[in-house]
Structure formats: structure tokens, C-alpha cells
Write a protein that binds this ligand. Sequence first.
Ligand code: ADP
Ligand code: GLC
Length: 496
Amino acid sequence: MASPVVTPTGMRVLFATSEAAPLVKTGGLADVSSALPAALARLGSDVRVLLPGYGPVLAWIEGRGTPLATLSLPPFPDARLVEARGPDGRMLWVLDCPPLFARDGGLYQRRGGDDWPDNDVRFGLLSRAAAVLSRADSPVAWRPEVLHCNDWQTGLAPAWLALEPLPPGGRAGTVMTIHNLAYQGVFAPDSLPRLGLPWDWFRPDGVEFWGQLSFLKAGLQFADALSTVSPTYAQEIRQEPLGFGLQGLLAWRARDLVGILNGIDVDVWDPASDPLIPQRYDARTLAQKAENRAALRTRLGLDVDASVPLAGVVSRFAHQKGLDLLIGCAERALALPMQLAVLGSGDPILETAFQDLAARHPGRVGLLTGFDESLSHLIEAGADLFVMPSRYEPCGLNQMYSQRYGTPVVARRTGGLADSIVDATPEHLADGTATGVLFDAATPDALLAALARAAALFADRPAWRRMQQAGMARDFSWDAAARAVAALHARVARTG
Ligand code: ADP
Ligand code: GLC
């Protein structure tokens, strides 16, 4: 029986995720997994973040953790569940299973870029543990009313909770959040016995997807409620091409699917107090942003010329992000004129393309291939404008960081970019709401035209300053979004 929870606050929530900033991060999910639980806690919810015990996580909890339980969940290896406060003070539940998680390499991939071959077992265990801890017969006394799953790595948990017989006292309600539908956790059928899944779940209305096992489909099929990270993306994924094969299921579950635009951590991303930038500033002292620009130019070996706009990029190098469009128009963009400051890593073809570009244009293209948290802050603060030509973008965080740092964004009109940037149309320039430049076609020419529009606006200093200030005045904090998430929790919460 569902519990009579009517207020969106005061719920016990287990937030299951495969990364959380600042301990382990490959992208926006990590930022969300630290900022959203904090915002929910401010609303009165009692949140635990379930996270795999990767090396940096184990190093953090060393000497700080309290063992809660040993989880013996065959066919998985035994794991310990350890409770500890994270660097931000939030309560972490760490799934300590060194053979699966404490490895030298990436969270999902080994050095060199191949996926770990046992990712099904690694995240099968994460999902299994999330499910077991959300049932009345959990070995831990603290039991959630809501299990909030994130992306494919936790997608099997709702299936286990929906399909296995329940003990008296039942289970938590489940929410499945899609941060990126392109990553689905699809494995060959021989994964089923490796994960202890019964063959009769391997059906189109179960966990089967075109002859394979799909973790994300399992979550989308069986969670009580579904969400994704922007309203526009919630629409886009109900159709080809952005449904990536799951559009039918998502259209069928459309009534249970809500798009809630992510917030950002306004304490970590605050130009007025950011310890990672040399000169702090706010909307009134915007002129001081120039010192960060000078520092960024020095750091990346760029020529000093304040009349040339400096465009920044901080991104995973993946097809999604459309950086090949930037490569495709880079020479013409540099001739506008414009300079580029690029931080990113991933696809080796793109890494090489940017390295070649930087080698051909010393002083005009600055590049760091790798992951560098502090340079990412310096680019937000030091760039004149920020570029996100994403083919699709479920939410995107950098465009919100950029606006908060007074750095107007040039972006494709898709997903969360469309929902969080106000295009510099004549109307929006006139009423002072414009915060960036949006373009539609995923082509180098369309990106170039948008960069040219931005360069022209940059030359009109008062217009540009109004755009900077409009972006800085926007409220991208989690407060409103967390209330929407808490309302979703209240809808599905169950104690029995
Ligand atoms: P996604 O999760 O798809 O990569 P988001 O915009 O939601 O995109 O989040 C990306 C996050 O990862 C941001 O916090 C961004 O600053 C950070 N990031 C991406 N690439 C790098 C990098 N090479 N170095 C430092 N931070 C990065
Ligand atoms: C994913 C998406 C990104 C989103 C992030 C956090 O990584 O690619 O658009 O901002 O998740 O929800």
C-alpha cells in the first residue's frame, strides 16, 4: 500500500549514481549527484548517495567510514557497504568491492579507452545493491521511501524491485532519471546468468532490447516514474533520432515522463568567490573579468589582443558535442577574427584535430587535452564567449556556468541548451533578456554564422555587456528544480 506522503519534503531518498563530484567525475552526472542531493536536503529530505567504491572514493572514506553491512548477493562478489560523509558533508553509502571498482583506470573504461569488459557485472552489482537496500528486508535499518536511479548504471534496480516477490513491508518507490539516452548499458544475452537474472525477464516487455540485455530499458520499463534533465529533451526523446531506439517505450510511458531542467551548484560555480580563478568579480565589477582573460591567455600561450574575442570550450570530445563542426569552420572562425581556448578529451580523432589546429595557429588556438577542473573554471571566467555546438544535449551545465560567469554562449538550439539560453534576436536584445546566440543546423556553416553574429555583438560593447549581465542575473540554482524533483519523489514514495 502506498504511504500517505503528501508534502514534497521530509522523505528518505536513496540516490544511486555511478559518479559524484568532487570525488569521481567524468561529466555532468557527477555535478548533479552532489548538488541535487544537497538541494533536496535543504528542502528537508534525508538523502543517502549510493556510489561505487572506486579508488578515490575509498581513499576519501579511509578512517572516516562506518561499516553498515556486508552484502552477499550471488552471483556477484561480496561487497561491504560503508557509510561516510563526503567532502561536501553529504552522507555517502559506498559500495566497497575492490575487485570490481578499485581499479587503475577510468570509471567506465580502462586506460586506452576500451570499456571494462565486466561493466555488466560492475553496474549489475550497483543496481542489485540499490534494489536490496530499498526493500523492507534490507540489512540496513535506514530504508528509503524513494530509490532515485540515474542512467543505465543503475537501470536494473527498478526491474528487480518490480519483478521479484516482495517481503512484508514492500519496497521503496522508484524514479529513473535519464541524463543521456545514448548510453544504454547494452550487453550480450550471456550477461543474464552472470547477473543472476531469470531468462523469463528476457522479453520485449522486460529487459530485452533487440536481442540484447539493456540496463536502461529495464529502468525505463519498470520505474514508477521517469524523468530527464530538460523539458525540451523530454520531448525530443519520444521520437527518432534522439530516442535511440527507445522512443516507442518513452512515448508509451509519456505520462510518467517529466523533464526538469537541472540546476547548478551556485556555491562551487560563483565568480564572486571561486577560489580557482585569479580575479573574483560579479556583475558590478565585470571589468575585472579581464584579468582572468589575461591569465587564461598566458596559461594557454595565446596572443594578447583585447579586441579579438576569445571563445572557450570545455567538453568531452564525443560525437554528441558537435566539436567536429567547430573543427570544420575553425579556420574561418579564426579569421573573423577570434581566438580559441579549448579543454577536452575523449575521441582520439578530435584530440588530434585540435592538436593540429593549435600547431597551425600558435598564439590563436590554446589547447589542453585532458581533464582539468581548475582550467575549466578559468575558461568560464576568462573566455569572452563559450561554444557548445552539441548535436543533442540532455541538459548541459557549462552553458549555465558560462552565463553565471558573464560569458555569453554560442550553442545549438537543442535539449537543455534551448531551455536555458535566450537567443540574441532583435526583440531579446531590445528587451535586455538575450544571453547567447543559438543556431539550428548541425553544420560548420551554421556554427560559423552564429560565431560571426556573436563577434559582431562583441564589437558593440554596450550590447555585449547587457548580454553578460542578463546571463549573470539568471537564477540557475537548484532551488526550483529540487522542488520539482521532491514533488516527483512524493508522487512515488512508498513505505509499504
Ligand atoms: P556532459 O555530462 O554531457 O559531459 P555537461 O555539460 O552536463 O556535459 O557537464 C560536463 C561537466 O564536466 C562540466 O562540469 C564540465 O566543466 C566538465 N568537464 C567536461 N570536460 C572537462 C575537462 N576536460 N576538464 C574539466 N572539466 C570538464
Ligand atoms: C549528461 C548529459 C548532459 C547533462 C548531464 C547531467 O551527461 O550529456 O547534457 O547535463 O548528464 O544531467
